[in-house]
Ligand binder design. Structure first.
Ligand SMILES: *Cc1c(COP(=O)(O)O)cnc(C)c1O
Length: 371
């Protein structure tokens, strides 16, 4: 049996170090807002090449609180529009509606699955204030072009980097392009905690200060509350776990790239569309392969065929946000590229502990599938 992602094995690689870090926190008697958080925030900011990282409770909060902070700082108000890809995990959109802002859904590029910059400019109105690109599956959105558009129209940019820790374009990492970026450290992400965790990265000191207050009841200073905040803190144990795993992130990414490369070069079945078909090799090197997503018209039969042969696959995601019941008001809208993607995609196993042998088995099964 080849599981989709073997979290137990992934964390077992670092068992001794994780236990040591855990013991250190237990013995310190200090569990919230201490040295472990500060150390991880510094190391993660340095990893992304930015001045500040602000730990929060999860990736959704990282996005929600950044938009919230911009409202508190007078940069956004109720009803302002935020441009966001129509094919994303629903969290990107929930962060917008949770702040009484208006999501403007924009179709992706069918080759990259990321927001198509050509569609962004047409969606801009006098109410547009933010572009929220999502770096889906481990690949940066076209940030050079998106930043040009943002500069031209004076828009804020909030990256959703939840799936792209360490991905780059021209050597610049996810989290280092926009005015701010939200990261998730959900256990299955490329950098995963052993529970929930998230962070915002930014070079903006004023924003960093506001976020530090918002995550802690709106308090910059103990028992003084300047803004109505929430409780969204990254605790010491999770910060310590993340600091251990951050050291190994690039090594894990190298392994993901090896697996992806094998799939890209060895899967030769005309029924299966591989990712990056029309993308240049240089860009591909910068992909961190959070997911290896193929497209196939006969998705259900391929999933069944792989399952019968012991290979677990998943779909990221089966229903686009505008077809969700949570957003009933959009159910009649048409986003044909997003709908095609959601109908045809499936994710093959990929991860830091998937062996090349297992990957070869998956390649053989994909190649022997007849439809
Ligand atoms: C996982 C994810 C999130 C949310 O992160 P959580 O830590 O689960 O709250 C947001 N956006 C995208 C694209 C994600 O994949």
């Amino acid at each position: 049996m080849i599981p989709f992602l073997d979290l137990k094995n992934i964390n077992a690689q670092y068992r001794a170090e994780l236990i040591e870090a855990c013991t250190r926190v237990i013995d310190s008697g200090w569990y919230i807002g201490g040295n472990e958080l500060e150390k991880f925030e510094q190391n993660f900011a340095e990893y992304c090449g930015v001045k500040f990282a602000i730990g929060v409770a999860n990736g959704l909060d990282a996005l929600i609180l950044t938009l919230r902070a911009w409202k508190e700082l007078g940069k956004l108000k109720d009803g302002d529009e935020v441009i966001v890809p129509s094919n994303t995990y629903i969290a990107s959109i929930l962060a917008i509606t949770a702040n009484d802002l208006v999501p403007i859904l924009v179709e992706p590029d069918i080759n990259t699955y990321n927001i198509d910059p050509n569609n962004i400019e047409a969606a801009i109105t006098t109410k547009t204030k933010v572009i929220l690109p999502v770096h889906l599956y481990g690949q940066l959105a076209d940030m050079p072009t998106i930043m040009q558009i943002a500069n031209k129209y004076n828009l804020l940019v909030l990256e959703d980097s939840a799936q792209s820790h360490g991905a780059t374009i021209n050597g610049r990492k996810a989290g280092n392009w926009g005015d701010a970026s939200g990261f998730s450290f959900y256990p299955g992400k490329n950098l995963g905690a052993l529970g929930d965790a998230g962070a915002v990265t930014t070079n903006d000191q004023e924003l960093a200060q506001m976020l530090r207050a918002l995550r802690n009841y709106g308090s910059h200073e103990k028992y003084k509350n300047l803004v109505p905040g929430v409780n969204s803190r990254l605790d010491e144990i999770q910060a310590a776990m993340l600091d251990v795993k951050l050291k190994f992130l690039d090594i894990e990414t190298q392994h993901r790239r090896k697996i992806a490369n094998l799939y890209l070069t060895e899967i030769k079945n005309p029924l299966i569309k591989l990712p990056l078909e029309n993308i240049n090799a240089e860009e591909y090197q910068q992909h961190v392969w959070h997911l290896f997503v193929i497209r196939i018209e006969y998705r259900k039969t391929l999933q069944q065929y792989l399952a019968e042969n012991g290979v677990q696959t998943l779909i990221h995601y089966p229903i686009p946000p505008h077809k969700q019941q949570a957003y009933k008001e959009w159910n009649d809208l048409n986003y044909p590229i997003s709908e095609t993607i959601h109908a045809e995609i499936m994710s093959l196993p990929i991860g830091p502990t998937l062996s090349l042998n297992e990957a070869h088995t998956i390649v053989k099964l994909c190649n022997s599938f007849k439809g």
